[in-house]
Ligand binder design. Structure first.
Ligand code: URA
Length: 244
């Protein structure tokens, strides 16, 4: 890891905003390798230098990775002046984190949050065809004919048909007025409202949508809506392998 400014390092470690950490340095509360720091702009090497804030030794890793079970009602953005964002669920004060791709406001499920731009780029690149699987509840009866159409590619109003997708019909049950089909759909691209538009292209409507996997990542059974946890080492390793 290359050298970074002390104030950025302290802010990334959650000590406070850039302005707040400058004040803490000026108050003499920060030490670098046992010496009280005087200059918030001082360069440090996060791998080699020991930075202490008060009595606490700080550690900052270059990249952070979180798995959020996105609840409905929040937007997949880093900032929004009017609506709740997914970032409000992330237990980190780092300000360079962002969601990898978007889920609609009413969609729930797996959302990766990171500051690793290279990884995000790889996962989102249309050329990489990373698989994403969704659980959906659909108004209407999904049929074997639909399975075939999903496999062949659908016209959702784009220049090309969608890439072959897997539709797995779990069951069909009686709803209030119409039947409800419970399905899993795996796609290898990420067009705007893609699942909803594919289901619409076969004359039905998504009434509930949850992403359950993305590449090697799976939504934890025991991660409740709105809960967010750091990725485990094995999960990060799998993600990084996939990037190569
Ligand atoms: N497809 C959709 O229609 N919505 C999402 O949020 C994700 C995929």
């Amino acid at each position: 890891m290359s050298q970074v400014r002390l104030d950025k390092y302290l802010a990334d470690a959650g000590v406070g905003t850039r302005r707040e950490v400058k004040r803490e340095v000026q108050k003499g509360k920060v030490q670098v390798n046992g010496t009280v720091a005087k200059d918030p702009g001082q360069k440090i090497d996060p791998l080699l230098d020991v930075v202490k804030y008060g009595e606490e030794v700080l550690r900052v890793s270059e990249f952070e990775y979180y798995l959020l079970h996105k609840p409905s009602g929040c937007v997949s953005a880093t900032e929004d002046s009017r609506q709740k964002t997914v970032m409000e669920y992330v237990p980190s004060s780092r300000r360079d984190l962002f969601p990898v791709g978007r889920l609609d406001k009413d969609t729930e499920g797996l959302l990766l949050i990171t500051n690793d731009g290279k990884l995000a780029h790889g996962l989102l690149s249309p050329a990489r065809h990373v698989e994403k699987t969704y659980y959906a509840e659909v108004r209407g009866r999904m049929t074997q004919e639909d399975v075939q159409k999903f496999q062949e590619g659908l016209d959702i109003g784009e220049k090309k048909l969608t890439l072959p997708a897997v539709l797995n019909i779990l069951d069909v049950c009686a709803g209030d007025d119409q039947e409800i089909s419970r399905v899993e759909i795996t796609i290898r691209e990420g067009k705007f409202h893609q699942i909803k538009r594919m289901v619409q292209a076969v004359g039905k409507e998504v009434v509930y949508l949850r992403r359950i996997s993305m590449g090697p990542l799976r939504l934890d059974e025991n991660l409740k809506r709105g809960e967010c946890r750091p990725l485990r080492k094995e999960e990060i390793e799998k993600l990084l392998q996939n990037r190569r």
